[in-house]
Design a protein around this ligand. Structure first.
Ligand SMILES: [Zn+2]
Length: 57
């Protein structure tokens, strides 16, 4: 419910291994997946926001 002013959350998918993660989106647009390394478990870390998915609260 309480949404941070400094960041939002969204869902992203790794373009390399297709793993899906909930991620934090920084005000500057940087995507930082939660619960996984910034480089993903596959070591690539090319995350893309899933289009059509609303930001999570
Ligand atoms: Zn990956």
């Amino acid at each position: 419910m309480s949404q941070s002013k400094s960041s939002t959350k969204t869902v992203v998918v790794c373009q390399s291994c297709e793993s899906v993660f909930v991620s934090e989106v920084k005000p500057d647009g940087t995507i930082r997946p939660i619960g996984v390394s910034a480089d993903c478990t596959c070591g690539d870390g090319d995350f893309r926001r899933i289009s059509g998915t609303a930001d999570l609260e």
